[in-house]
Design a protein around this ligand. Structure first.
Ligand code: SAH
Length: 291
């Protein structure tokens, strides 16, 4: 009987992605978010033999403060579960997920009836982006509304490739997807192929400069960036430069407290902020390049 170590990290909402990365680098194959509000935790199942120390994990979570993130309680708890429990929990949390009116995100290993929805099949591997995170869901819903047939789209911080694939499946003509994490780039490429959209999605390692190079003089009608408040603020001007006049930016990954600061940065970069959307403590801004 294989035993798994269930590691739960209670942390601030803003740190969920960073904690996810910490758990993945510790050997987790994926994470799930459990609970609500102050009881919210990022949970991973690690094989029994994995070398991790609770103290070390707690320290790494607390260290996130150095990057300007609020680590919250930074409490790590460990519980042992038997193989079948783990399998059950995996299944329970990775159910296919209907998003918006037309999309369905499902793990590659699950068969799902899809009642006419556009299916996005994913194996997120080591990359962020399963659709379960509110910031991703906000972006998918925005894409569903905004993507028009033949659009040129840029996805900055593509992670698993989920948003780029959704854009392609919603009719975009060409999509440029970039991520500073080479592992994410590899996962995104595999997922694009899995969904049969690899001929319309160009995935590259890098950030806005790499996206600009791939656009080769073209400008996008939509740019989506689901990263973090500070990162979006810092790259506001570059995001503006990727867009054609009249083009829209969907900026997500913004924790509520940081939203005014991101809005300011966007306005400073000449964007007109058109809309603010909310899910739990997360905000998604839609901003226009007007000229
Ligand atoms: N687009 C996916 C993943 C979002 S997670 C989704 O919506 O679910 C954010 C991703 O942004 C991570 O994969 C991270 O590696 C990447 N990232 C962080 N900073 C970045 C930067 N400056 N430029 C490009 N990508 C960045």
């Amino acid at each position: 009987m294989v035993r798994w170590m269930k590691v739960a990290v209670q942390t601030g909402a803003e740190c969920e992605e960073a904690v996810t990365q910490i758990l993945l680098s510790a050997g987790a194959q994926g994470v799930v978010l459990e609970g609500d509000g102050s009881r919210r935790a990022v949970v991973a199942y690690l094989p029994e033999h994995t070398q991790v120390s609770v103290d070390d994990l707690e320290q790494r979570v607390r260290d996130l403060e150095r990057y300007g993130l609020e680590p919250g309680p930074a409490r790590v708890s460990v519980e042992w579960v038997q193989d079948e429990d783990w399998a059950e929990s995996w299944k329970r949390h990775y159910q296919p997920l209907a998003i918006g009116r037309r999309l369905l995100v499902k793990p590659a290993w699950v068969r799902a009836p899809y009642d006419g929805r556009i299916v996005i099949e994913l194996d997120p591997g080591m990359a962020f982006g399963t659709g379960y995170h509110p910031t991703t869901a906000l972006c998918l819903e925005a894409l569903e509304e905004l993507v028009q047939e033949g659009d040129t789209i840029v996805d900055v911080g593509t992670g698993s490739g989920i948003l780029a694939i959704a854009a392609a499946r919603l009719g975009a003509g060409s999509i440029v997807a970039v991520d500073i994490d080479p592992q994410a780039v590899q996962v995104a490429r595999e997922n694009c192929r899995r969904n049969g959209v690899h001929e319309r999605v160009w995935v590259a390692t890098g950030s806005t400069a790499a996206a600009s190079a791939l656009l080769a003089g073209k400008q996008a009608r939509l740019v989506v960036a689901n990263i973090l408040a500070d990162v979006i603020s810092d790259m506001a001007e570059e995001l503006y430069g990727l867009l054609q006049p009249g083009g829209l930016l969907v900026a997500s990954g913004i924790i509520d407290d940081a939203c005014p600061q991101v809005q300011e940065s966007l306005v400073r970069a000449s964007f007109a902020v058109r809309e603010e959307r909310a899910r739990a403590e997360w905000r998604c801004l839609i901003a226009e390049r007007t000229s």
